[in-house]
Write a protein that binds this ligand. Structure first.
Ligand SMILES: *Cc1c(COP(=O)(O)O)cnc(C)c1O
Length: 421
């Protein structure tokens, strides 16, 4: 077993400061303050020798002395490189890679690190797309998956007997019930399992829901922090993208696979994300403040049976302790159960006017949906039941509107849902 080195890059200024300029020199582009959009598939070499050298570096046959030159936009592109430099800063990670979607990021990470015969332990509940990829697609490639309960991951991991365990994949907080998994505790158990099975185990965290502003898994011991950048990083519900940040050595095969699977993000999407990153902290902070106001309203409404929101974890509970230890905010997702099951939930969803009835989350506008029949409909009924994905459950992603307007919309929709017809 080789000893793992976590490459940390510590920056003097705060991440939000670096979002305005890191990784870009205006004098590359006529003094343009903002990076131009490099819509080009291929790059010219000054000499044939340069072309030969850039290829040798890209294929790992030669070590780069300085920043290697650009070749072709499937391998590298200025937009992607600037964006990756900035993304890594949030978790002080050694490297970052951007992808065409969150699922492209997840599938590339798994294929780069797991081979036929290996197995992956993953927390449930988990995002529906990840669940489908794990349970339906990976089995066709001979990769076994072991579901573990997000509320008791350490006990579940300790019970894993498979010596071919190659990856631990945690989504925290989980979607849609916002269950917290203790990243440091899982990392400790990972190290114990590495000793027991005498092999490296890659530890990934899907950090879409709170990261990178409120949670930084790489700093807590995870190897790779994975994002659906479609959500908060993009933040405007106008693009699909993914990202992975983490340990430089473990990122190398991920970037290698990305080049050959062709799962990289496109230049224009990356340019949009560069723009989004400048407002990431203000957006996430304000959305979280708005969510706290909306959650307080929902908690007081008698038609709401149950509410899932980190700010409401019982004082002194295990979940509250994890939240306090590893997160710096409650985020802007709220799930709640209305009395009266699916019929009531659907009436409410059909009555909202300001909140958009749509899946996805983390956009500037408030989004509302029904996990059981929409985002989490692929999950087996028993597992839905176990995870609290019930008929009456509604998921809300609070945006940047005046929270009082969101409350007024919900109030009206809740009232409309109590009507007979
Ligand atoms: C949306 C989402 C994904 C998938 O990302 P895409 O960008 O839709 O491919 C993965 N994990 C979580 C937690 C998500 O919310």
């Amino acid at each position: 077993m080789t000893k793992k080195i976590v490459h940390k890059v510590v920056h003097k200024e705060s991440p939000e400061t670096h979002m305005m300029g890191l990784g870009y020199n205006p004098w590359w582009s006529e003094g343009a303050v903002k990076p131009p959009l490099f819509l080009t598939s291929t790059f010219m070499f000054k000499t044939a020798e340069d072309g030969e050298e850039f290829f040798a570096i890209a294929l790992g046959k030669k070590k780069a002395k300085k920043v290697p030159g650009l070749i072709y936009s499937r391998l590298n592109n200025p937009e992607l490189e600037i964006l990756e430099t900035r993304l890594a800063v949030w978790e002080e990670a050694g490297d970052a890679a951007v992808f065409a979607s969150g699922m492209a990021a997840i599938s590339t990470v798994v294929l780069a690190h797991c081979k036929p015969g290996d197995s992956i332990a993953y927390t449930i509940p988990i995002y529906g797309g990840t669940s489908h990829f794990f349970t339906e697609i990976l089995k066709e490639f001979g990769i076994r998956v072991i579901p573990i309960d997000a509320t008791a991951p350490v006990t579940a991991l300790r019970a894993v007997r498979d010596p071919k365990l190659k990856m631990i994949f945690v989504e925290t907080p989980s979607n849609p019930t916002l269950t917290m998994t203790d990243i440091e505790a899982v990392n400790k158990e990972r190290r114990a399992l590495e000793k027991k099975f005498k092999r490296n185990i890659v530890f990934c965290v899907d950090n879409t829901l709170l990261g990178p502003v409120f949670q930084k898994p790489v700093q807590l011991g995870a190897d790779l922090s994975i994002y659906s950048a479609t959500k908060f990083i993009g933040g405007h519900s106008d693009l699909i993208a993914g990202a992975v940040v983490g340990d430089k050595e473990l990122m190398a095969p991920v970037k290698g696979y990305r080049s050959f699977l062709g799962t990289m993000s496109a230049p224009f999407t990356s340019w949009l994300m560069l723009r989004s990153l400048e407002t990431l902290k203000v957006r996430m902070t304000t959305q979280a403040q708005n969510a706290a106001i909306v959650a307080a309203y929902l908690a007081k409404n008698k038609e709401i049976e149950k509410i899932y929101y980190p700010g409401f974890f019982a004082k002194g509970s295990e979940q509250a302790k994890i939240l306090q230890k590893q997160c710096t905010g409650d985020g802007s997702l709220i799930s709640f159960e209305v009395k009266g099951g699916k019929a009531r939930a659907f009436k409410l969803l059909n009555a909202v006017k300001l909140c958009r009835l749509a899946v996805s989350l983390g956009g500037t506008e408030t989004l509302i949906e029904h996990p059981k029949t929409m985002t989490h409909s692929e999950i087996e009924p028993e597992q839905q039941e176990h995870s609290g994905i019930t008929d009456g459950l509604i998921r809300l992603s609070v945006g940047l509107e005046d929270p009082q307007d969101v409350i007024a919309d919900l109030e009206r929709a809740i009232r409309a849902s109590t009507k007979k017809r």
